[in-house]
Design a protein around this ligand. Structure first.
Ligand code: IMP
Ligand code: MG
Length: 434
C-alpha cells in the first residue's frame, strides 16, 4: 500500500513544462518529441496556429501548428487546452494533413470546449493593424492571434463550445460580423461574408465535435491515475505578453505560468520546467535583438537554416545572449536546459557570448522593461574558441569536441540551470541526453 503510493507519487513527480527560453523557434518541437517518449499526455496551453513545430520522424518532416507534437507517437493522448486560440478550419486541415501522412488521429486528440476561436475578422484586423503601423509593425504571423486574444480579454470572443452548437453559433457570429465589418469598412478593408464563415465554421465544428470535451476534467483524471503530463510551450519567453519585448510579443503567456492557466492544471502539480534554447539566438519579426549579427545571420542562412516553419520568413540571427536566458530562468523557474542547434556553430571560430548589456554606458544584467531601451542595449561579449568540426555524430556528451563541451557548459552556467539535453541535428537520433 505504502510503496504503491510512493511509486504513484514518483510518477506524478514528472509533470514537465517545456518552454522556449528565447524568442521562439528554439527547437522545442524536436525536444518535445524526444521527451514525449516518457509522457502519457501532451498538452498545448497557449498560442494558436502562429506556432510551427518541425519534427522529423522516419525521414518525414511534419510541421505542427495546433496539434501537440506527441501525436506522432502511438498511445499518447494530445490535448489542446483552454488557453489555446483555435482556427477550426486550420485545425481540420492539420488533422487531414497528418492522416494523409499516415498518422492516426482518433481517440488520441482532445480539444477544450473553452478554447477561443480565431475568426476571419481577426485575421483581417491583424493585417490592417500591421499595415497601419508601417515601420512600427510587430511583424506578426497574420494568423489573427492578437485580435482573437483581444476578444477573449474583452469578453466578446466565441469559443469551441459555441461552434459545436449551430444555432447559438450563428446568432453570436452574426453580431460579431456586423460589429467587425463596421471596423473593417472604416479601415478601408474588405468586409467579411457571414454566410461563408457561418457555413465553413459550422462544418469544421462538426468535424471537431467528437474531440471536444472538458479537458480540465480529463487532465485531473489523468493525474489521479498517475499519468505523466508534458506541457508543450509554443513561442518563447520573450514573446510573452507580460514578460517579453512588449509590444513586440505575441498575445499569450508563453512562460511557465501559462501552462497552469491555459490547461486548468494547478501549480502544485507541476514538477519540472525544461527550458529550450538555441546555442545562438534568433527571432522572427520586429523588436529588440541586441546580439543580432549580420555575419551570423548570413552564415546560418547559407547553411539553409533559420527560415520560419509557419511563414517561411528568414529569421534574424545573432550570438548567444545570456542576459535573456538568465532572465528566462528567473521567470520560468527553469530546472533543466535543452540546448539545440549546437551544430549550427560547427564552423564558427571565434564564438562570441553575450554576458551582459550596457545601456548609456551603464552595465545591466537583466533586460530593461522598455523595448526602445532594450533595442539600444549594447551587448558585452566574451569570446571563446570554436571547435571547427562536425558535432552531428556525437551521441554522448563525451563524444563532443572539448571546445564544444566547454561552450555548452559555459552557456548553461551563465543561464543558471542544469544542462540535460544537447541537440546536434534535426532528427530524434541526433540528441545527447546528459
Ligand atoms: P503573432 O503571434 O502572430 O501575433 O506574432 C507576434 C510576434 O510573435 C511576431 O514577432 C511573430 O513573428 C512572433 N511569433 C509568433 N509565433 C511564433 C512562433 O511560433 N515562433 C517564433 N515567433 C513567433
Ligand atoms: Mg517555430
Amino acid at each position: 500500500m505504502r510503496s504503491g503510493k510512493f511509486f504513484a507519487y514518483l510518477r506524478i513527480m514528472s509533470n514537465t513544462i517545456l518552454i522556449g527560453a528565447q524568442w521562439g523557434d528554439e527547437g522545442k518541437g524536436k525536444i518535445i518529441d524526444v521527451l514525449t517518449a516518457d509522457a502519457d499526455v501532451i498538452v498545448r496551453s497557449q498560442g494558436g496556429n502562429n506556432a510551427g513545430h518541425t519534427v522529423i520522424h522516419r525521414g518525414k518532416t511534419y510541421i505542427l501548428h495546433l496539434i501537440p507534437s506527441g501525436i506522432l507517437r502511438r498511445n499518447k493522448v494530445c490535448v489542446i487546452g483552454n488557453g489555446v486560440v483555435i482556427d477550426p478550419i486550420a485545425l481540420v486541415d492539420e488533422i487531414v494533413g497528418l492522416r494523409d501522412l499516415g498518422v492516426t488521429i482518433h481517440r488520441n486528440l482532445l480539444i477544450s470546449d473553452a478554447a477561443h476561436l480565431v475568426l476571419p475578422y481577426h485575421r483581417a484586423l491583424d493585417e490592417q493593424r500591421e499595415l497601419r503601423k508601417g515601420r512600427a509593425r510587430i511583424g506578426t504571423t497574420k494568423r489573427g492571434i492578437g485580435p482573437a486574444y483581444g476578444d477573449k480579454a474583452a469578453r466578446t470572443g466565441l469559443r469551441i463550445s459555441d461552434v459545436i452548437q449551430p444555432s447559438l453559433f450563428s446568432k453570436k457570429l452574426e453580431g460579431k460580423i456586423r460589429e467587425n465589418n463596421a471596423i473593417l469598412r472604416a479601415l478601408g478593408a474588405k468586409p467579411i461574408d457571414f454566410d461563408e464563415v457561418n457555413e465553413s465554421y459550422l462544418a469544421a465544428g462538426q468535424t471537431l465535435a467528437p474531440y471536444v470535451t472538458n479537458t480540465v476534467v480529463y487532465l485531473r483524471r489523468a493525474l489521479q491515475r498517475g499519468r505523466e503530463i508534458l506541457f508543450e510551450g509554443a513561442q518563447g519567453t520573450f514573446l510573452d505578453i507580460d514578460h517579453g519585448t512588449y509590444p513586440y510579443v505575441t498575445s499569450s503567456n508563453t512562460t511557465a505560468g501559462g501552462a497552469c492557466t491555459g490547461t486548468g492544471v494547478p501549480p502544485h502539480r507541476m514538477d519540472r520546467v525544461v527550458g529550450v534554447m538555441k546555442a545562438y539566438t534568433t527571432r522572427v519579426g520586429e523588436g529588440p535583438l541586441p546580439t543580432e549579427d549580420a555575419r551570423v545571420t548570413k552564415m546560418l542562412h547559407e547553411m539553409g537554416r533559420e527560415f520560419g516553419a509557419t511563414t517561411g520568413r528568414a529569421r534574424r540571427c545573432g550570438w548567444f545572449d545570456a542576459v535573456v536566458t538568465r532572465y528566462a530562468t528567473m521567470i520560468n523557474g527553469i530546472d533543466e536546459l535543452a540546448i539545440t542547434n549546437l551544430d549550427g556553430l560547427d564552423n564558427v571560430d571565434p564564438i562570441s557570448i553575450c554576458v551582459g548589456y550596457r545601456l548609456n554606458g551603464k552595465p545591466l544584467d537583466v533586460p530593461p522593461c522598455d523595448s526602445t531601451q532594450w533595442i539600444n542595449c549594447e551587448p558585452v561579449y566574451e569570446t571563446v574558441r570554436g571547435w571547427k568540426q562536425s558535432t552531428r555524430s556525437a551521441r554522448k556528451i563525451s563524444q563532443l569536441p572539448k571546445l564544444a563541451r566547454d561552450y555548452v557548459s559555459r552557456i548553461s552556467q551563465l543561464t543558471g540551470a542544469k544542462l540535460s539535453i544537447v541537440s546536434v541535428g534535426p532528427t530524434r537520433a541526433e540528441t545527447i541526453v546528459v
